[in-house]
Design a protein around this ligand. Structure first.
Ligand code: URA
Length: 219
């Protein structure tokens, strides 16, 4: 897997990353969602540089303009619910992409700090020969991403998989790196050092789903 750790190079991305992490700015859920969306746009833009393009001609009022346009069929797949703002950011740029949604959630074991990933809902187009973009804002353990990829297998074989994530833990990135093949690219804004006993990234930002959409009752 090829890892593109985008915040290694200073850019405006750092402003959005710092705001989504900041406990004070997090009190504004609209700004939180918007910043996640803007990060999705930046990561999508970086990813777009590695897609295949083909020559095309655009007719202007005054003549013809030659241009290279993306020639791949993209399928954007997000994990509900935290993935929605990141999905929107990607869709802002790849507005003709097809879309897939999956619900994968953690079921925590009350007696220990372990959890399993439950996949319940999946809506997905045919994936054969397409470019799959898996969007998961928080790459904590990597288990949700792998469970999602496994659940997508009956829908066809993509020619290429790109993973888009905002914050990952070193452990989660290593897990995903072991699982996915060499033809997979990871586009990630930041990689943090630790995971706590509940599987949250440290320093991370907290619960991305709750910050975007409000706290849920724990099951
Ligand atoms: N999901 C989150 O929202 N935050 C984490 O730190 C890990 C998983």
């Amino acid at each position: 897997m090829h890892i593109h750790h985008i915040s290694r190079q200073n850019s405006v991305l750092n402003t959005f990353l710092s705001e989504i992490r900041d406990v004070h700015t997090q009190k504004d859920p609209l700004r939180f969602r918007k910043n996640i969306e803007r990060i999705g746009e930046i990561l999508g833009y970086e990813m777009s540089k590695t897609l295949n393009f083909q020559k095309s001609t655009t007719k202007t009022p005054l003549g013809n303009s030659s241009v290279q346009l993306i020639s791949e069929n993209l399928v954007l797949c997000s994990i509900l619910r935290a993935g929605i703002p990141l999905h929107n950011g990607l869709l802002n740029y790849f507005d003709r992409a097809e879309n897939a949604f999956i619900s994968a959630y953690r079921q925590h074991d009350e007696d220990s700090n372990t959890f399993k990933i439950l996949v319940e809902y999946l809506a997905c187009p045919d994936l054969n020969g397409k470019t799959l973009v898996l969007a998961d804002p928080m790459l904590a353990t990597g288990q949700s991403l792998v469970s999602t990829f496994e659940a997508l297998k009956p829908y066809g074989i993509p020619k290429k998989t790109n993973i888009v994530s905002i914050i990952g833990s070193k452990k989660g990135v290593a897990f995903v790196n072991d699982y996915f093949d060499k033809n997979t690219d990871l586009w990630i804004a930041a990689i943090d050092n630790d995971l706590n006993e509940k599987g949250y990234i440290v320093p991370g930002l907290g619960d991305a789903g709750d910050l975007a959409f409000g706290e849920k009752l724990q099951q």
